[in-house]
Ligand binder design. Structure first.
Ligand code: GDP
Ligand code: MG
Length: 165
């Protein structure tokens, strides 16, 4: 069976954009409005001679009784239980939030292989400058600069992921 990889992170960081790019099709709905309800999407991704199955997590319900933070944690927990490795996406322009920290803690405790991306860093120069120490303090190792929308840093991210599978 192919290894299973989940993309996790809080709403609106660019998970679905990354998912579509990696599966090379537009299967997941990219939403400008944070917190719109979506299903989980599964698709096969191929990279050179390697293949894996990718899950786009989401399904956040705005205004639900459960807080956003709790829903984000639940998605991450599900991913940890189900998957061989995790792609954890953060917003490199917004910086770390409480929801990011909660996910990071859960992932650290899980011991599962994790690759962390700081997305929305849309140019080479921004990618070089932008990564501040706060991301590294999550204790999940390297944080790779990414622009899912402009396809910058995607190869490096997938290489790092494949190294851990
Ligand atoms: P998700 O909620 O984490 O799945 O995020 P989406 O993939 O739906 O993206 C949320 C918003 O961020 C959309 O407006 C995307 O166009 C935008 N976005 C995603 N990736 C990037 C990126 O690399 N750079 C910029 N500037 N915007 C992005
Ligand atoms: Mg999404």
């Amino acid at each position: 069976m192919k290894p299973l990889v989940a993309i996790v992170g809080r709403p609106n960081v660019g998970k679905s954009t990354l998912f579509n790019r990696l599966v090379k099709r537009r299967l997941a709905l990219v939403e400008d409005v944070p917190g719109v309800t979506r299903d989980r999407h599964y698709a096969d991704a191929e990279w050179g001679d390697r293949a894996f199955t990718l899950i786009d997590t989401g399904g956040f319900v705005p205004g639900e009784k459960d807080s956003l933070l709790k829903q984000v944690r639940e998605q991450a927990q599900l991913a940890v239980e189900e998957c061989d490795a995790i792609l954890f996406v953060t917003d490199g322009r917004a910086g770390l939030t409480a929801a990011d920290q909660a996910v990071a803690e859960l992932l650290r405790k899980s011991g599962k292989p994790v690759v962390v991306a700081a997305n929305k860093l849309d140019s080479e120069s921004v990618q070089v400058q932008a990564l501040s120490g706060e991301f590294f303090r999550m204790g999940l190792g390297d944080v790779l600069p990414l622009s899912a929308e402009h396809a910058l840093g995607v190869n490096g991210l997938v290489e790092a992921l494949l190294d851990k599978l």
